[in-house]
Ligand binder design. Structure first.
Ligand SMILES: [Zn+2]
Length: 366
């Protein structure tokens, strides 16, 4: 099995619909004056890319997250260069998951005086936990997956499967090979500025608050522009539904969402997916978290064990997923796997004892 962050994503439409040009493609979106979101489509079957955001200030640019690979970061930087010639002075990393800081080196190469800012706990997780989390997938699972994929394509061609389908599979294979090459060759570039509570930057009169929460990871770093009421959340919020594999701190995550709601944001830019006006995404997630936590509390009261609590909540995956817009059975299944099962488990544990920093499933841990 590929480890969590090397998720195999299966193209839900036909092979022919998934053109190579759509894989790992970065698109710029203007959110407000001097605030841009860069979304990147998945790398075919082998990985996702977190959103990046650029905020143009008086004398430079702040970038929030650097994408999954150096190549994607180059594309993001090229898009920024179309918008402004001001240097990128700050790069903020939201958390340790590799789809959010794999492009750090590109921004440091472009400006050797770059300040890479993140919470001190992220620095620790990036240098100690991230390698352990991804190493096996990078060295063994992903190469094996690609070798098997290559064999399947060769076998399909030998059997006379139409060229149109094998060509598309070959394109996806090439995207996978390139992704692996990018991940294997990148130079891990850690933050050079850490904080423990918050940092406020003033860029030509633009106030940018860099803040900390313990939500999906222990070091979640997010930013808020108070004048514009723009909230950039990293993976504390995702569109379409939250992702909880590995870590998550259910009670503090919910408390963070309530803080977000209190900010009454005009725009919310999640860690994946499109930017949204208003706080609807925040409110939907609060509803979901409260509903799940109520079920976990009931499970604890009735004495269910972890597996039973997960099973009981899982039966309501469609109903719970619908709170954040999950519409069909396939979506509910994914929602259950990526969020519900882990969240329920962590929430139940949290009701019994404080959660530690290490994610569940980390090799070498229980
Ligand atoms: Zn992510």
């Amino acid at each position: 099995m590929l480890r969590t962050l090397l998720i195999i994503t299966v193209c839900l439409t036909s092979y022919a619909d998934c053109l190579a040009a759509d894989y790992g493609k970065t698109t710029a979106h203007r959110i407000a004056d001097g605030v841009y979101l860069f979304t990147t489509t998945p790398y075919a079957d082998v990985g996702f890319c977190g959103n990046a955001v650029a905020i143009v200030g008086g004398d430079g640019v702040l970038v929030f997250d650097s994408g999954s690979t150096p190549e994607t970061a180059q594309n993001i930087l090229a898009e920024i260069r179309k918008l402004t010639d001001k240097p990128v002075r700050y790069l903020v990393n939201s958390h340790w998951h590799w789809d959010h800081w794999g492009g750090n080196q590109v921004f440091l190469e472009a400006n050797p005086r770059l300040q890479i800012i993140s919470h001190a706990k992220n620095m620790e997780m990036m240098s100690t936990v991230e390698p352990r989390w991804n190493e096996h997938g990078l060295k063994e699972d992903l190469p094996q997956f690609l070798d098997d994929f290559e064999k399947q394509v060769a076998a399909a061609k030998a059997k006379g499967v139409p060229d149109e389908r094998t060509k598309s599979a070959e394109q996806r294979l090439a995207v996978g090979r390139n992704f692996l090459k990018q991940k294997q060759s990148l130079r891990k570039t850690l933050p050079n500025v850490t904080f423990s509570d918050s940092i406020t930057l003033y860029m030509g009169g633009r106030e940018i608050r860099v803040l900390h929460a313990r939500a999906i990871t222990p070091g979640d770093t997010y930013i808020y522009l108070p004048a514009e009421k723009i909230l950039v959340t990293g993976d504390i919020l995702l569109d379409p539904y939250p992702y909880a594999i590995g870590g998550t701190y259910p009670a503090e995550w919910l408390a963070t969402l309530k803080q977000f709601a209190a900010m009454k944001p005009a725009w919310v830019i999640p860690g994946h997916g499109e930017a949204q006006q208003g706080d609807a995404l925040v409110r939907a997630n609060i509803q979901l978290f409260e509903a799940v936590l109520a079920r976990v509390k009931d499970a604890k009261t009735t004495g269910l064990n972890e597996a039973q609590a997960i099973e009981a909540a899982g039966k309501q995956a469609s109903e719970l997923g619908a709170l954040v817009g999950v519409k069909d059975a396939a979506g509910a299944e994914a929602f259950k796997g990526y969020f519900l099962d882990v969240f329920v488990k962590r929430a139940l544990r949290e009701m019994n004892a404080p959660l530690g920093d290490l994610p569940d499933g980390l090799p070498g841990t229980q």
